[in-house]
Write a protein that binds this ligand. Structure first.
Ligand SMILES: C[S@@+](CC[C@H](N)C(=O)[O-])C[C@H]1O[C@@H](n2cnc3c(N)ncnc32)[C@H](O)[C@@H]1O
Length: 235
């Protein structure tokens, strides 16, 4: 459907650049308005997005369709890479709590060359990820949520939600920025610094129990780390 909306005109490099600039502008405005929830000043770069999507290439058996959740999809920087990995029977839920971003994502599913390819397999949910409901099941969860801005209780609630909806053997990949703790130790009020320390403890607890790999992505602004976790097989 959406693919027919593209003329060679609309996919020209300058058009793509204009769209990327528009999304970066939207991101900066939302970050200034609500930094705690947005958690970044710019959308993720392609190296970070690719690292987060690592487990979209692991299928058991190799032709098994994947059910994918992206939490905190923003303006679609990671969603595009997810779309590029998707096969015809895969499905994806893009969840985004900021209505401005969710609206833009819905528009991109119609107009963006990469995202429109999976428009019929994708759903945009404009809500908190924990509001999605526990009757869903996913093979891969990619989390873009800014855990370092959340309280320990919020981090725990979200990780427990992921654990509920992630299938046995499924993968969760999430990211954070390098050096936020030492920077906050110097520039942030003590209470904010302590909040991040406590939130980190919760995350570390989960990573120590279920983590299978950690990757550093230096080619991102700011540099980031990615944790990959695996849901234990039950029984
Ligand atoms: C660091 S940005 C990442 C955006 C995008 N994935 C990227 O990598 O460029 C975090 C995003 O998570 C969204 N967000 C924050 N808390 C959320 C929640 N509880 N549920 C869903 N989305 C949330 C924010 O609005 C923001 O768009």
């Amino acid at each position: 459907m959406a693919a027919t909306q593209f003329s060679s005109e609309s996919t020209r490099p300058e058009q793509r650049l204009r769209e990327a600039g528009r999304d970066a502008g939207l991101f900066v405005r939302q970050a200034l308005r609500t930094f705690r929830a947005t958690g970044a000043i710019l959308p993720s770069g392609s190296s970070l997005a690719t690292t987060l999507c690592r487990f979209l290439d692991e299928r058991h058996p190799p032709d098994a369709p994947l059910s994918i959740l992206e939490a905190g999809a923003g303006t679609g920087a990671v969603s595009r890479v997810i779309a590029a990995h998707m096969r015809k029977d895969d499905t994806v839920d893009f969840v985004e709590s900021n209505p401005e971003f969710a609206g833009r994502l819905a528009e991109l599913l119609e107009t963006d060359p990469e995202l429109s390819r999976v428009a019929d397999q994708a759903t945009v949910h404009a809500e908190l990820v924990t509001e999605l409901g526990t009757d869903r099941r996913y093979d891969v969860i990619i989390s873009g949520l800014p855990f370092s801005n959340f309280t320990a209780a919020e981090v725990r609630e979200i990780l427990e939600y992921y654990s509920t909806v992630l299938r046995p053997g499924g993968h969760l990949s999430l990211f954070g920025y390098l050096y936020t703790k030492p920077v906050k130790a110097v520039v942030a009020p003590r209470e904010k610094y302590l909040r991040q320390v406590r939130a980190n403890w919760v995350l570390e607890e989960w990573v120590n129990s279920y983590g299978i790999d950690t990757e550093r992505v230096l080619a991102n602004v700011p540099p980031a780390w990615v944790y990959h976790l695996r849901q234990p097989e039950r029984g």
